[in-house]
Design a protein around this ligand. Structure first.
Ligand code: COA
Length: 166
């Protein structure tokens, strides 16, 4: 007898699952972010800053418990938030982990009642793939005041602002 072969739907994260970050993840998050801070793709974050804002972060966790991805939603006002601190471990890139992290943050953004989410990035194409559009950085003065003003590269910034209206 021939049986019907039903192609299983691929899981969005074949080797990692997403969840809210906890304080026990902080060391793994620091380890994950360090190489991207070194290349200038991520702003540095202190241990204190990660602990203070841990509720803003989601993490992708491999079956062995390692943190292979992270990202956060930084709320600026009743309508606006930033997708920040987004990183996927080198060997897990290109498998949909980054996309799943941003999608999870957008679910949070919707639930909070935000109207717009933005990002400042050297990887605008990744965000464009997810429906973001390129916008003027000056549109986000609170961000410029909070982070750009103390960034060593503020006068030679190669980051592109992207935004998504919810
Ligand atoms: C940018 C980053 C988070 C993407 O994560 P990822 O898990 O590799 O991305 P995904 O596999 O989810 O890719 C989702 C889509 O974006 C595309 N994409 C991913 N990175 C891209 C890039 N650098 N340029 C262009 N497109 C990219 C993928 O091809 C995929 O497209 P598809 O849906 O049409 O197949 C990851 O490369 C990373 O951590 N980079 C270093 C840190 C960094 O730059 N962070 C961003 C700071 S804002």
């Amino acid at each position: 007898m021939t049986s019907l072969s039903i192609k299983p739907r691929p899981a969005p994260l074949p080797e990692a699952s997403l969840r809210q970050a906890t304080l026990a993840d902080v060391a793994g998050m620091e380890q994950l972010m360090a190489p991207f801070v070194a290349t200038g793709d991520l702003l540095p974050r202190s241990n204190y800053d990660l602990c203070r804002h841990i509720k803003e972060y989601v993490v992708a966790v491999a079956p062995d418990g390692a943190i292979v991805g992270t990202g956060s939603l930084k709320v600026y006002s009743t309508t606006l938030a930033e997708v920040a601190g987004l990183a996927v471990r080198d060997d897990q890139q290109g498998r949909g982990v980054g996309k799943s992290l941003v999608e999870a943050l957008l679910v949070d953004a919707h639930a909070l009642g935000l109207h717009e989410v933005f990002g400042l990035t050297r990887k605008p194409l990744f965000f464009l793939r997810l429906g973001f559009r390129v916008v003027e950085k000056e549109q986000f003065p609170l961000k410029v005041w909070a982070d750009c003003a103390r960034c060593p590269r503020q006068h030679a910034c190669d980051e592109v602002a992207v935004a998504l209206t919810l």
